[in-house]
Design a protein around this ligand. Structure first.
Ligand SMILES: [Fe+2]
Ligand SMILES: [Fe+2]
Length: 179
């Protein structure tokens, strides 16, 4: 997977929060592909390792906050009982916490010896990366296929505006909303 796929979505896309979240998911898939390659090759180059570490400790956390603090709460209010979203959102929120713990472990592996040009990935570390990538891919499939699909149907224009505002504030992007 080329590194271009690792670039963050442009801030202009924050006006369409569901499109931004979908783009963030594509980026997450690219990250999973890189982690799987690290595991297969049992090594990681310093530049890629550092970019991955920066992503796992930076933008990925922002993405989880976008969902936990903005998207999920609004969607919880709008979803109909028949949507059965309550259990799904609770599970996804739990996976964020569990995934964060796994990501912290991966960051520790990748940043243990910052002066080394290559990070040696031990078998157990590679297995942890594969397991993390697999669980993230399942998580992404559920979010794209169920959560975002329902969000497109259930959320109102003001809902989307509120989500967009929260995501911009989180990134220090100035909004020019009309009063
Ligand atoms: Fe997500
Ligand atoms: Fe998520």
């Amino acid at each position: 997977m080329p590194w271009d796929d690792m670039a963050p979505p442009p801030f202009a896309m924050l006006d369409d929060p569901l499109a931004y979240i979908l783009a963030a998911h594509l980026r997450q898939r690219a990250v999973c592909a890189v982690l799987r390659r690290f595991a297969t090759e049992q090594s990681a180059g310093r530049t890629e390792a550092d970019r991955l570490t920066a992503y796992l400790t930076g933008d990925l956390r922002l993405h989880h906050e976008d969902e936990d603090l903005d998207l999920y709460p609004v969607l919880r209010r709008r979803a109909l009982p028949a949507d059965g979203l309550g259990v799904t959102l609770a599970r996804l929120g739990e996976e964020h916490r569990h995934g964060a713990a796994m990501a912290d472990m991966i960051v520790e592996i990748l940043s243990a010896k910052p002066a080394d040009a290559t990070v040696n990935i031990e078998v157990a570390a590679g297995e942890a990366m594969q397991a993390y990538a697999a669980s993230e891919m399942r998580h992404l499939a559920l979010e794209n296929g169920v959560v975002l699909a329902l969000a497109r149907i259930r959320l109102t224009r003001p809902d989307l505006k509120a989500i967009s505002r929260g995501m911009k504030q989180r990134r220090g992007v100035v909004t020019h909303d009309q009063p």
